[in-house]
Design a protein around this ligand. Structure first.
Ligand SMILES: Cc1cc2nc3c(=O)[nH]c(=O)nc-3n(C[C@H](O)[C@H](O)[C@H](O)COP(=O)(O)O)c2cc1C
Length: 308
């Protein structure tokens, strides 16, 4: 095998294409970025590199905030659109029918249809040349709770996409989990023990889910958004509709694995547990978001995966 050498270029792939939201709920903007990633674990830090001429550059610079919304296969067309049209000329939320909803910490909106929205506060700007790199602290992570299964974030079921050399791709099948290359084979005794443990947990969770279902409010009126396959209808029209009953969450227990939800019809107030939400009950009023806000280092999706 021989390799040819080219001049310097940005040939590092695949990358996560994301939709970056900025501005405010009244004047939101969204653009697509691939120059983004995680750069520190504690504190959790990220970056996005933005060309100075982007409309989003001005908004992020002005407010020192932005939100990273992960892209799924269902969102890829809207994401591509947001990566070729500018908020200077059009309202991209209106054009794509994406729904801006309030965040818990930052003023910039998050995208309701995205399964994971990461709230970021800018700590530093690096002027690198073509792009300004906004280094930022992750201050909250909003997760679509329909992807939380038995207390674990089933990220593999969200349909995330990758961006590689000008193309968008689905992720395909798992090739192994973190550390599988050095994993020792489990003894028969260990495997039986694990199966028994998993069954016991599943039994407990089933009971909990049944209890939760009994407490869930009856959702009236239109509650489907076909375009993005979401369960909820987040349109302003639906929110204003008297037919639309706001669901109310009240997480009771400390751990995600044991979180339970109570629906308080009278107050119609969405509140989250101390563990899961950083928002006060008054702000978290069910008008804004159907996502749960979790501490970013909860890391439920990568159990035992170790720090990176
Ligand atoms: C897949 C993809 C990735 C992109 N990545 C970036 C990026 O990392 N940084 C950037 O400044 N522009 C990037 N762009 C281009 C912007 O999204 C595009 O110029 C957009 O129209 C800017 O919108 P705005 O003017 O509303 O901010 C990307 C576009 C696509 C389609």
């Amino acid at each position: 095998m021989s390799k040819i050498t080219w001049d310097a270029g940005t040939l590092v792939y695949p990358l996560p294409p994301v939709m970056i939201t900025s501005g405010t709920m009244d004047h939101p903007n969204v653009f697509t970025a691939a120059w983004t990633g995680i750069i520190n674990s504690e504190p959790a830090m990220t970056y996005v590199s933005v060309r100075k001429e982007r409309y989003s550059h001005d908004l992020i610079e002005k407010n020192s905030e932005f939100v990273i919304n992960l892209i799924t296969e269902k969102l890829v067309k809207a994401a591509d659109f947001c990566g070729v049209k500018s908020g200077k000329d059009i309202d991209k939320f209106a054009e794509t029918k994406l729904t801006p909803i309030a965040c818990t910490v930052v003023k910039a909106p998050q995208i309701a249809e995205s399964p994971i929205s990461v709230e970021c506060q800018v700590t530093e700007v690096k002027h690198l040349g073509s792009h300004d790199m906004f280094l930022a602290k992750i201050v909250a992570v909003n997760v679509d709770d329909s992807f939380i299964e038995n207390g674990r974030l089933a990220l593999e079921k969200t349909g995330l996409v990758a961006y590689c050399h000008g193309q968008y791709y689905g992720l395909g099948a798992s090739l192994g989990k973190f550390g599988f290359s050095v994993e020792k084979k489990k003894s028969r005794k260990q495997r039986i023990h694990e199966i028994k443990h998993d069954r016991a947990v599943a039994k407990l969770n089933k009971k909990e889910i049944e209890e939760q279902k009994e407490m869930e409010p009856v959702k009236k009126g239109k509650f489907d958004k076909k375009d993005f396959g979401k369960k909820g209808d987040f349109s302003k029209k639906a929110k204003k509709s008297k037919k639309f009953d706001k669901p109310v969450f009240k997480a009771e227990t400390k751990k995600m694995e044991k979180s339970a939800f109570k629906f308080d019809r009278k107050k119609s107030v969405q509140s989250a547990s101390k563990f899961e939400s950083k928002k006060s009950d008054s702000k978290f009023d069910g008008k804004k978001t159907f996502k749960k806000t979790i501490k970013f280092n909860h890391n439920s999706g990568v159990k035992k995966a170790g720090k990176r």
